[in-house]
Design a protein around this ligand. Structure first.
Ligand SMILES: [Cu+2]
Length: 469
């Protein structure tokens, strides 16, 4: 049923794009996707696109520096990046599901991390029973778009490129010959590549005043505790299908961070630890509350005070991202390998734009990262960092035997959410522990478990028992 419905909407998206290209049949009725009726569409338009060979004609048949054989012989480090294109049903807020499209069963897709100068060998496989073809446009590459044309169900395609520029780069499904690209991306087919600078990251300098106000400078080593934060929107109709009309009108149904609305807020375990009552919510919005939600139960992100924190941020969406952390100042903003700003309150990212934010949380406390567009905040574009031990839980956890001694962040007891933690690089500080949290299929959850990530839904009842006696 779902596969059939998804297919229907692939066709709907194709029809809308066709109408856009040819103009004449682009009516208000078609823009308002909810009432889109394929039976009413101009079949000739779709036929014309089909006869053109999709949108391929606009792309030049030219150079393709994608010869994996030749690049493998250069002596450079070769990093394999293997992805599958899979349509699956995944949860959204309110106990519902939606018809997602994924890279390798997770939203966002797996993060690729390489060093500037490495060869990336990208292999995209589409299972034979997948409902549609998929492609992968990696913004970290500088190769002809022909290389990442779509792959048919049952087939595998590969290209190679040199990651020449350092920074954060989006990758995303390119649809079927570009058609349906919007549907595939907004249904979940996006992720990032982190290309670490060949010479490593820079030390962080933070201006401080000391004594009676004299200007001072504090230097932090380049090594940092790292998080990844990917912003996007969902455009869904009541049935959990992609709504192209809503997208054309920039009328989203949800704002997501790493694929989930309000994914990094407290849950019932935090209520219990801090208020002694699982039902006494400590934050205004706690929609993912309950052990039965397993890896979908919301989780917080923990950092130490006076620690260099590095955030890899990408805006995959159709709306701007006004990135701000309530109660903090962004100590440094880097785009590509260039410093753009220091000591700034908010930094703007347009669509398919990225940055690396370096900062230090000085005081114990709770700090909300937000898209400072109020519509985004209230539709899910918010998450919480907890720095240090603001709730004085160390004595409680030590007394109960949960921790052997006081720790500088709650990550030592609960871990940080797996979907917010990028793969390790040369300048990464290892997270004390990682818990399983994210928009994942069961297969991905099993893989994370096998890798040693903590299933908190199994651990929390034990911890609660230890604390409550
Ligand atoms: Cu796709």
């Amino acid at each position: 049923m779902n596969k059939r419905v998804s297919m229907l909407f692939t066709i709907a998206a194709v029809a809308v794009m066709g109408a856009t290209l040819f103009g004449s049949t682009y009516t208000q009725t078609q823009i308002a996707g909810q009432s889109l009726d394929i039976a009413e569409m101009d079949v000739n338009v779709i036929e014309q696109i089909h006869q053109m060979g999709g949108l391929q004609l606009v792309m030049p048949q030219a150079f393709a520096e994608t010869d994996c054989g030749a690049l493998a012989d250069t002596g450079r480090n070769v990093v394999e990046f293997n992805l599958t294109g899979e349509s699956v049903e995944l949860p959204i807020m309110g106990g519902k599901t939606y018809n997602a499209m994924t890279f390798s069963g997770q939203v966002p897709g797996p993060t690729l991390r390489v060093t500037q100068g490495d060869v990336v060998q990208m292999t995209l496989s589409i299972p034979a029973d997948e409902i549609t073809g998929h492609g992968n446009d990696m913004h970290a590459s500088q190769i002809t778009a022909l290389a990442f044309d779509s792959v048919n169900p049952g087939e595998t395609s590969q290209y190679c490129y040199i990651a020449e520029s350092a920074g954060v780069f989006k990758y995303h499904c390119s649809g079927v010959h570009l058609i349906g690209m919007d549907q595939h991306v907004f249904s979940g087919m996006y992720g990032i590549a982190i290309v670490d600078p060949a010479n490593g990251y820079k030390k962080l300098m933070v201006e401080k005043t000391s004594g009676s106000g004299e200007l001072d400078r504090v230097f932090y080593d380049a090594d940092a505790l790292e998080f990844q934060l990917q912003f996007n929107q969902l455009y869904l109709n009541e049935d959990g299908n992609y709504d192209a009309g809503a997208m054309f009108q920039h009328h989203n149904s949800a704002t997501v961070v790493n694929g989930i609305q309000f994914g990094y807020v407290p849950n019932m375990a935090h209520n219990l630890l801090i208020k002694g009552d699982v039902n006494d919510n400590i934050f205004v919005a706690q929609p993912w509350n309950g052990l039965e939600l397993e890896h979908m139960q919301s989780q917080l992100m923990y950092v130490e005070n006076d620690q260099h924190v590095r955030l890899f941020i990408e805006n995959h969406g159709n709306e701007p991202l006004f990135f701000h952390i309530v109660g903090e100042i962004l100590d440094r903003v880097v785009q590509g390998n260039r410093v753009q700003s220091g000591a700034t309150e908010t930094w703007l990212l347009g669509g398919s734009q990225n940055m690396i934010v370096d900062l230090v949380f000085d005081e114990p406390g709770v700090y909300a990262l937000v898209n400072h567009d109020y519509a985004a905040i209230y539709t899910g574009g918010i998450g919480l960092f907890v720095a240090g031990d603001p709730f004085n839980l160390n004595p409680v956890l030590v007394d109960a035997g949960v921790l052997p001694e006081a720790v500088p962040s709650y990550a030592y007891a609960l871990g940080n959410p797996s979907d917010a933690v990028p793969p390790m690089g040369a300048n990464s500080i290892a997270h004390p522990a990682i818990n399983i949290h994210g928009l994942y299929t069961d297969d991905v959850v099993s893989e994370l478990k096998a890798e040693g990530a903590i299933p908190l839904w199994e651990v929390i009842p034990v911890v609660a028992e230890m604390i409550l006696g």
